[in-house]
Ligand binder design. Structure first.
Ligand SMILES: [Zn+2]
Length: 111
């Protein structure tokens, strides 16, 4: 089984507080790995003194391709906070998201 997960950082890194991925390990093992070496992105975050605070399951898949597909779908929305149980009710993130959308719309009008 492959688990899709979201990692919540204690501070924002490159404009996000989350990392989304999938793994065949248990989530606890995966988080430990991210804290030690992990992906380029989480490694960078750790180097900058950011704490990878917690990991949360987003779903499990029998096939890595399905997990990857779900991961891409979420990443494309550029609003991972909505998927984080610690952030999804935090209106601050939603506001930031709304502002980003508005800026994007404005840019498209100006084109
Ligand atoms: Zn979060």
């Amino acid at each position: 089984m492959f688990q899709l997960y979201i990692i919540h950082f204690d501070k924002s890194f490159h404009g996000t507080r989350h990392y989304i991925g999938f793994t065949s390990l248990t989530l606890e093992e995966r988080l430990k790995k991210h804290q030690k070496s992990g992906s380029r992105f989480t490694r960078g975050a750790v180097k900058h003194g950011i704490l990878l605070e917690s990991i949360h399951a987003l779903g499990s898949y029998s096939d890595p391709y399905l997990a990857r597909e779900a991961e891409i779908k979420i990443k494309k929305q550029h609003n991972s906070a909505l998927y984080c149980p610690l952030c999804k009710d935090d209106t601050k993130y939603h506001r930031a998201y709304q502002q980003r959308i508005r800026r994007k719309e404005k840019k498209e009008v100006e084109k």
